[in-house]
Design a protein around this ligand. Structure first.
Ligand SMILES: [Zn+2]
Length: 71
């Protein structure tokens, strides 16, 4: 049984953290509570973060070119 990889703060402390003792859900590495917290944070960052509408231009001519045959 894999255990959750997250830590949680000791009650009343914001600086002392201990490993989570819950069972990890299959394929995530985290317990349900911590998995939901992570996904909630990621969703909030995506929804509320300002969109970047500037195009990214890359100067490919400055990239090193691979000469000759590819082995
Ligand atoms: Zn956990």
């Amino acid at each position: 049984m894999k255990m959750c990889k997250a830590f949680y703060p000791i009650a009343g402390s914001r600086t002392a953290w201990i490993p989570c003792v819950r069972k990890a859900e299959a394929g995530t590495g985290f317990c349900r509570r911590h998995g939901d917290a992570i996904f909630g944070v990621m969703l909030g960052a995506i929804v509320y973060e300002a969109a970047v509408d500037e195009a990214v231009e890359v100067e490919t001519e400055k990239w090193p070119r691979r000469e000759g045959k590819i082995a």
